[in-house]
Unconditional design. Structure first.
Length: 217
């Protein structure tokens, strides 16, 4: 049973594991016979990378510095800003569903080669409000039931009727369909992304349910 929330899933925390240590032995032998170029500085030595194609191995999740133990709900700011789930943007309590949100964005990043959201204002600064506007462009307006859970925070961005304010313009061109550029048949992939990026964390699929998504089968 899952007893912790990773809260920091993104491509930078994914490592490719090895099924055996033969690659390490080859690296060691090559280093002895053909040392890589290096630059020695007063406080450190910089080594040139040695590229070796690994065999297929397990995908490993690393960097557990932001892990929260137990099912929660938890509080506090988490996740790189462009990966933040709606419940964190709205300063709500959060739990396992934030990881499902991150899995969806990670899948997008790995396929497209870039994040779905930038969270950047027009002046180039990072902003939760700019991020929120991108979510609306891609996913449509948030449900009123979600906004009601932290009305005070929601009113920083939307009016009493749930209409987006003037904090940052909604980039209408950044729909999911327009943003996806790698696939000729994108239907199942976009359905997968929409499931993972469900506004309401209570409506998001569990990890087990997401593994059974048609796009993965």
């Amino acid at each position: 049973m899952l007893t912790e929330t990773k809260s920091d899933v993104h491509p930078g925390n994914l490592l490719l594991g090895l099924n055996n240590n033969s690659l390490f032995k080859a690296l060691e032998d090559n280093e002895f016979s053909h040392p890589v170029p290096r630059k020695e500085l007063s406080d450190r030595t910089i080594y040139f990378s040695r590229l070796m194609k690994p065999k297929v191995g397990p995908l490993l999740l690393s960097d557990f510095g932001e892990v929260r133990l137990g099912p929660g709900p938890h509080v506090g700011d988490i996740m790189p800003i462009m990966y933040r789930a709606p419940e964190t943007l709205l300063c709500m309590r959060w739990s396992y569903p934030v990881d499902i949100w991150s899995v969806g964005l990670t899948a997008w990043n790995l396929l497209e080669g870039k994040p779905l959201f930038s969270a950047l204002k027009s002046d180039g600064t990072l902003s939760d409000g700019a991020h929120f506007s991108e979510l609306i462009a891609a996913l449509g307006p948030p449900p009123a039931s979600l906004l009601a859970r932290h009305r005070e925070r929601a009113l920083e961005y939307l009016d009493e009727n749930g209409k987006w304010g003037d904090f940052a313009p909604i980039p209408a061109e950044k729909t999911l369909e327009a943003s996806e550029t790698k696939l000729t048949d994108k239907t199942k992939f976009l359905q997968f992304i929409r499931r993972a990026l469900t506004w309401d964390p209570n409506e998001r699929p569990t990890a087990k349910e997401l593994l059974r998504d048609p796009w993965l089968l």
